[in-house]
Ligand binder design. Structure first.
Ligand code: ADP
Length: 247
């Protein structure tokens, strides 16, 4: 496979902070319709990798190709327009707006310049809001104010606010942190629904959830790949066991 055959191709990516390489010559490739999970101990470089992809942090060297476009030279807002969506760990919904309004204001009006939007431009906003609300289990909460939602429902709403922009890659940082068991199961269902049209790149610490959702796991350690493959493969990898158990 060539890098251009993948949805996302990260090659030789490095970022130094005052000489410290938080991400060090990292290469990994994400396919279409894939759920990829990045795991690794604290300080491994997971958040920095997502920051590099979304343009929040600039790479020192290396390449990030998304649908064949080089992202490392683009500004954050340009990267969003290529179809990359990023959700941070803390929910940032508008508490004093309803579910409907939160989704409606996230609808990407006039953002078709880069041609990454796949839904029809003339589709009424209302239909799209309802479609997304159904996907995120909030169809019956459209007129509920966001501050009345549970923590898990707020997390889904924020995912919905990204989904309404129809990204081709959705990046999530610990999506099930603080969720109940049933909310975790529904989040797994949600991710499996949304990858029909896109790929998802997730940082996650909850190994049970990783096991449930990951098509492939990338284990980071000291800014480099320690192991990569199915959960079954990486959890039996002696290098991974050593890092996690501190032997
Ligand atoms: P993880 O998400 O795996 O816990 P991070 O990506 O947050 O790891 O951090 C990787 C390393 O890079 C850590 O040692 C962290 O202190 C360092 N780091 C991250 N961002 C910066 C920054 N802006 N300036 C200096 N050091 C940073």
């Amino acid at each position: 496979h060539q890098p251009k055959d993948f949805l996302l191709a990260v090659s030789g990516l490095t970022v130094s902070f005052d000489g410290f390489k938080a991400v060090n010559d990292l290469s990994f490739y994400v396919e279409e319709n894939e759920i990829r999970v990045i795991i690794g101990p604290n300080g491994a470089g997971k958040t920095t990798v997502l920051d590099l992809i979304c343009g929040k942090t600039k790479a020192t060297s290396g390449s990030i190709q998304f649908r064949g476009k080089e992202l490392t030279k683009m500004r954050e807002n340009e990267i969003v327009q290529t179809g990359v969506g990023r959700k941070f760990q803390t929910p940032s919904v508008f508490e004093d707006l309803t579910v409907f309004e939160n989704l409606e204001i996230s609808f990407p009006r006039g953002r078709t310049v880069f041609g990454s939007l796949t839904f029809q431009r003339d589709q009424p906003v209302k239909d799209r809001v309802e479609e997304v609300a159904e996907m995120i289990f909030l169809k019956d909460k459209l007129s509920t104010y966001a501050d009345e939602l549970s923590h898990g429902q707020k997390q889904w709403l924020e995912i919905g606010m990204l989904l309404i922009q129809d990204p081709d890659l959705l990046m999530l940082d610990e999506p099930v942190a603080g969720m109940s068991v049933s909310e975790r199961a529904k989040t797994a269902e949600l991710l499996n629904r949304i990858i029909k049209n896109r790929s998802v790149l997730v940082i996650e610490h909850d190994m049970k959830f990783v096991e449930d959702i990951a098509h492939k796991v990338t284990v980071l350690h000291q800014g480099q790949i320690l192991s990569e493959g199915t959960m079954e493969k990486v959890k039996n990898d002696p290098k991974v066991i050593e890092v996690y158990l501190g032997h």
